[in-house]
Design a protein around this ligand. Structure first.
Ligand code: PMP
Length: 439
């Protein structure tokens, strides 16, 4: 199980990079983000929180869990059974699938401020739909944003600087090459919890839409969300909460329910279908009806597996109160990282929603330590990096096993802090860093 440069997965990854730009379709799943030259990269099967690589090695996923898609665990039996039933009955037809209506009704029931829904199959699409509708409703082009909202032109336009030195400094790591320069000046990023910055943007530009993640690394301070809501209401701005990642992790629905602040539109993705592609854009009637004054339409937004999976996922979530359980699991994990660090005389920074808990070390070796953790934990049968998306499959036993395995790795890091060269422990290059968010 040791990190193996000759593993079938690593060999396939090398082939992939020759014929698929970047190697795959999602930055966060690139092998270089974890363990360059050594990451097994591909799975043959999954179950609960277990993943098997192409050589039959079994790992416990204490990592990104499909990048947050599977809060009920991989291969949830009830969700899979519902999907298989749909596959047997037929996934596509000239008629529409009734499940999309039931799902719209359910999401509106969960979010009483909303009256209407549209569906897509990726978070970026749901965001693009929301922006199109909001711009149509407000009659204005300019958007203020905070957070990550997908790969589309409208969003990456935030990084079109005035010259090459400026380009890219706003959302570091996201290069806007290929995004028309004409979109420059249409998107204004603001930092989370910085109300004065947002107010200045709104004062000085004809902003029609504010789109933000409700919370990511830290919660609202100084009544931030309510103040943004009030500003939007006062200036006639459409307020959109991007709940693609935060949704169904801490409440049954958007995390905004926890803070008692209601947007005009919201998007959901990731966890909604427990691994099956399904995303939603919901909103108030007067805004959503603007979808009819523009053109938003796509073939595979009508397939039946996504809404089938989402309906069953919501049913299981509601019954299991999954958002409470994964929050409890994640809260425990955050506390235990701190305890383990203390035991070894280390300092870790712990952040995030409990169910998307992350930790990191300060200093010049931070990325090398992250790589070391991934390398050492892989050898012990764990997929591990600096964050854990908790799921129902992460039972106390699983979490105990993870911390038992992590203990000696923190010990190694302590030795490095005392002079051992971390590079002498790494069997491959240091992992790549992701882009930085504004919250
Ligand atoms: N919005 C948020 C808040 C997200 O976290 C993500 C994905 N990380 C997206 C949008 C984009 O979703 P997708 O990757 O499904 O296009």
């Amino acid at each position: 199980m040791n990190a193996n440069p000759n593993g079938t997965g690593q060999q396939l990854w090398k082939r992939a990079k020759q014929i698929i730009p970047g190697g795959n379709m999602l930055l966060s799943k690139r092998a270089e983000m974890f363990l360059p030259d050594l990451w097994p990269a591909y799975f043959s099967k999954t179950k609960g929180c277990k993943v098997w690589d192409l050589d039959g090695n079994e790992y416990t996923d204490m990592c990104i869990m499909g990048i947050g898609t599977n809060t009920l665990g991989y291969n949830h039996e009830e969700v899979d059974a519902a999907v298989i039933k749909t596959v047997a009955a037929g996934n596509m037809s000239t008629f529409n699938c009734p499940e999309e209506v039931y799902l719209a009704e359910k999401l509106i029931e969960i979010h009483p401020w909303a009256d209407m829904a549209r569906f897509a199959r990726s978070g970026g699409e749901a965001n693009a739909i929301a922006i199109r509708i909001a711009r149509a409703a407000s009659g204005k082009d300019k958007v203020a944003i905070c957070g990550y909202h997908g790969w589309h032109d409208w969003y990456l336009a935030a990084n079109l600087g005035d010259d090459n030195h400026l380009a890219g400094h706003l959302l570091p790591g996201l290069d806007p090459k290929g995004v028309p320069q004409n979109l420059r000046g249409t998107v204004y990023p603001f930092n989370y919890n910085n109300y004065a910055e947002l107010e200045e943007i709104v004062d000085n530009n004809d902003i029609g839409v504010i789109k933000m993640e409700v919370m990511r690394n830290k919660g609202p301070e100084d009544n931030f969300l309510q103040r943004v809501r009030d500003l939007a209401t006062k200036r006639g701005i459409v307020l959109i909460f991007d709940e693609c990642t935060s949704g169904f992790r801490q409440t049954f629905g958007g995390i905004h329910k926890m803070y008692g602040v209601e947007p005009d539109m919201a998007m959901f993705g990731k966890a909604l279908g427990n691994g099956y592609a399904m995303t939603a854009t919901i909103g108030r009637r007067e805004i959503m009806e603007s979808a009819q004054s523009t053109f938003i339409s796509s073939t595979f937004w009508t397939e039946r597996i996504g809404p089938t999976a989402a309906l069953k996922t919501l049913e299981v979530m509601e019954r299991e109160k999954s958002w409470e359980r994964i929050t409890e699991t994640g809260t425990g994990i955050m506390a235990r990282w701190q305890t383990l660090a203390k035991k070894h005389g280390l300092t870790v920074n712990v952040a995030g929603l409990p169910s998307i808990a992350s930790f990191g070390f300060d200093g010049p070796n931070a990325l090398a330590y992250k790589t070391l953790i991934t390398q050492e934990m892989l050898g012990k049968g764990y997929l591990a990096s600096n964050l854990i998306f908790s799921s129902l499959a992460h039972t106390p036993d699983v979490v105990d096993g993870y911390f038992n395995a992590l203990d000696p790795v923190f010990g190694l890091i302590k030795e490095c802090e005392q002079g051992l060269d971390v590079m002498s422990l790494l069997k491959g290059p240091i992992c790549h860093a992701g882009f930085k968010r504004l919250n």
